[in-house]
Design a protein around this ligand. Sequence first.
Ligand code: PLP
Length: 431
Amino acid sequence: MAASPLAGAALAAAADAPADQLAILGGAKAHPTPFPSWPVFDQTEERALLDMLRSGKWYRGSGQMVNRFEQAYAQLTGARFCLGTANGTSALFTSLNGLGVEPGDEVLVPPYTFVATINVVLRQHALPVFVDTDAETFQMDARKIEAAITPRTRAIVPVHLGGNACDLDAILPIAARHNIPVIEDACQAHLGEWRGRKVGTYGQAGCFSFQASKNLNSGEGGAILSNDEDLRDRCYTFHNNGSGLKPIGSFTYSSTGTNLRMTEFQAALLMAQMTRIEEQAKTRTENARYLTSLLKEIPGIAPARMYDGCTRNAYHLYMFRYDKAHFAGVPRSVFLKALAAEGVPASGGYTPLNTQPFLKNALHSRGCQKLFPGTVLAEWEERNRCPVNDRLCEEAVWFTQTMLLAPRSSMDRIADGIRKIQANAALLSRA
Ligand SMILES: *Cc1c(COP(=O)(O)O)cnc(C)c1O
């Protein structure tokens, strides 16, 4: 059997691993060293956790650490109030409850997000309504919000996806005009800013996640920011089994709730991690800016644009679009494999949420059938098409935030790897 030209190239390359040859075909890696590991910690975290352990006060009702964290995070973001929660999902769920979103309501959401943004709406037995994505910024397309609003719309949940900011200048006035509250899903946007003010402080509520992958990490954890004291109180009550900051009596309740409290251990870890957050964010910003200056020169690579109002991108993800037409038609999946072989791990990111089975199943559930008029459910699919997002999901490429904590030279190596793939794309497309 004749060897394919590709196998021949791989064999020849193995001997001396030339730098200009693709690593996937046996050449040298463009980025031979590992990227920084995550989480980052030292004796600061060890001491904080040991002190917490020894204090024996592990629950927010007996200790002071969650209170301290809430004050510190409010101060860091400039919000009036902060409420710690068990995780980001529960921050969103608590906010929906605090704002009075009820079964039978509709909530506007983007299709380009982590599934939790949608799940919390369904857990509230409300109907998620998808607003298509802006192709250039990867954020909810504010120009398409108004058409999605109905008399049943009770909240808008825009996401600052990847740490980039959604178009608050456009979203907030629309929401105000229709008297619909905004919950910012800032779960990926710690320290991100819009016109010099922290994201998460613009909507009625702003939700954050401190899950292990996030830029501020306590394994699991979350927070709600708000400038509205009544809303903060309602959220507190909901997340504390219906028991408010000023209980009406012992074991006596005027509203329902659940337990979504943050533990003292989470807060202790967050206080320690917060000593690093500003410096890490600066490193990511510098590296991301430099990487963008390199990648935007490569035909077929289009880094996600920022709106003018985004004065600080939190860079939880470094996102760009891959156009295979400039890579000899090499599919994105092959590009990702070739890039990984170069020592540059990358992901293809989200698949469209609005067409996934969990939504179809939810719409066909007994609860949904009871709560929503048949016409609403029948028209849902047609109403929720997101063609721009469908295409983005086929073309997007992500680097994780930890890669942006590498030395600046790593950004050069990432760009080298992509350029090398482009130069040799014909070899890959023949494979
Ligand atoms: C991580 C994340 C969440 C959920 O946060 P958890 O802490 O994992 O529950 C919600 N929305 C977005 C956009 C996220 O990235």
